[in-house]
Write a protein that binds this ligand. Structure first.
Ligand SMILES: [Cu+2]
Length: 269
């Protein structure tokens, strides 16, 4: 990496800045580009690359909600077992031809996760999910494999499958992540500097509910659940999860020790 040389003037400085931005691309810098790709494609500067990652080690790429892609998914039982999954994407185009290139708004592919484990990459709206799966997650990625994100959360659809899942006459359509039976209620929080996404609010729980806090902080910190006295170390940029049973009623604050932020309040009735 060359440093900007001031005497070369503004053009040299801005080129160096572009190089810096490209090199900062998620530890997965794009090193090859097809001839004829645009400047934006070549630099991968679309949106804001967050330090937060999804559960599979891909960094999130934040875009404004109004311009963000969206995905809904529906699973129908297949006559030979398993499910046929259909995606309904908006502001998004599957671009297998440019996978591995720079991030371009509204383009990319999906990653298919079965029970939280990545099993396939999707280049189109249909996928087959083998029998035995309990839930599928479809997450939208840019060509450089970063995850399209809004408010610090991946753009994804989660479809519960298996026993207890809705029948074919009432297909599961989930525009937003839904909790799985195992973990109960999942609360996903992202801390960037002094800001918390989603903004602090209250989470209503019934006594005996399982609750999972999934927290990503851009700096090392310690999460503390008051009343329950549960702590969770947070490593910078890595999601950490804490699951517990809300077996005491009351109002409990969830805060960070180092930065002293109140992330949310748990109301257990
Ligand atoms: Cu990918």
């Amino acid at each position: 990496m060359t440093r900007p040389v001031r005497t070369r003037g503004a053009a040299a400085v801005s080129l160096a800045l572009v190089a810096l931005l490209a090199a900062g691309c998620g530890g997965r810098p794009t090193t090859h580009h097809k001839p004829g790709t645009s400047h934006e494609e070549a630099t991968g500067t679309t949106g804001t690359l967050l330090t937060a990652q999804d559960g599979t080690g891909h960094r999130l790429r934040e875009v404004p909600a109004a311009r963000a892609p969206a995905v809904r998914a529906e699973a129908r039982p297949d006559s030979e077992g398993g499910w046929n999954l259909r995606l309904d994407v908006t502001r998004f185009r599957f671009t297998p031809e440019s996978a591995g290139g720079g991030a371009v708004p509204g383009r990319g592919h999906a990653h298919l996760l079965v029970d939280g484990k990545e099993i396939a990459r999707l280049y189109g709206p249909w996928a087959y999910v083998p029998p035995g799966a309990r839930s599928v997650t479809v997450r939208l990625h840019a060509d450089d494999h970063t995850v399209w994100a809004v408010a610090g959360r991946p753009v994804e659809a989660v479809v519960p499958l298996g026993p207890g899942a809705p029948s074919p006459s009432a297909p599961a359509v989930t525009p937003t992540p839904t909790p799985t039976a195992d973990q109960g209620r999942t609360v996903t929080l992202t801390i960037t500097g002094r800001s918390v996404q989603p903004p602090p609010s209250r989470v209503e729980l019934k006594k005996g509910d399982r609750v999972t806090l999934r927290v990503t902080s851009d700096r090392a910190d310690t999460l503390h659940v008051h009343g329950y006295d549960r702590e969770l170390p947070l490593a910078a940029g890595r999601p950490a999860t804490l699951t517990f049973t809300a077996d005491r009623t009351g109002l409990f604050e969830v805060e960070t020790h180092e930065s002293g932020l109140v992330l949310t309040q748990l109301v257990v009735r």
